[in-house]
Design a protein around this ligand. Sequence first.
Ligand code: AMP
Length: 248
Amino acid sequence: MKILVPVKRVIDYNVKPRVKADGTGVDLANVKMSMNPFDEIAVEEAIRLKEKGIATEIVVASIGPAKAQETLRTALAMGADRAILVATDDAVEPLAVAKILKAIAEEEQPALVILGKQAIDDDSNQTGQMLAALLGRPQGTFANAVTVEGDKVIVAREIDGGLETVQLALPAIITTDLRLNQPRYASLPNIMKAKSKPLATKAPADYGVDTAPRLRTVTVAEPPMRQAGIKVADIDDLVGKLKELGVA
Ligand code: AMP
């Protein structure tokens, strides 16, 4: 069984994003970039399925600039077998990403595609769902636990207030939630080995996908500064203040 894991290169989650002075977007110059954390969880889950003898090959794919190769090498160092870079300097929106992934899935025929539930740069939370719809395959989103049983996969999904368990017929699409697993760090020998694993470079046009944006960003702004808090003497004072603010 083959597993496809799409991985996105995003601003590292420890970095506080800075908005460009002209409000056209987020400043990416000299900013540390890393694999989207939910995608690390997806790679880890695929590796665990391989270690259990369920998966036989893990293919990772990224749509992005040439530097996304580093993200793919990280996935290869964790334990993926092969990588595909779909190189483009355009900002590719979820629908175009999903169309490219659909074409890759048709070529590779994976039994499972495991994506992150969202990319932490634009927080779209759309690509997995769009891919499932385009391929006409069942989807188990926000996975908290994944169990493959024969030609089915059982996914416990994080929903408001608990877990919902669904059973999907393979081939299927899964998106990962935070508590699915704790991704491993790549060891130094595996980082060295990853340098010689196969990485194919393609272009969106190879898959017949037009990546022209359908959305126009009007402006990007910092969130408003939080107001300082105030201390209250007692409950009466608190209720008085709340009344003043019109919230009680
Ligand atoms: P999003 O819908 O943008 O929040 O992204 C959800 C998931 O889709 C991510 O966690 C990745 O697994 C995948 N994905 C989104 N954009 C890309 C990309 N440019 N390259 C590879 N995978 C992507």
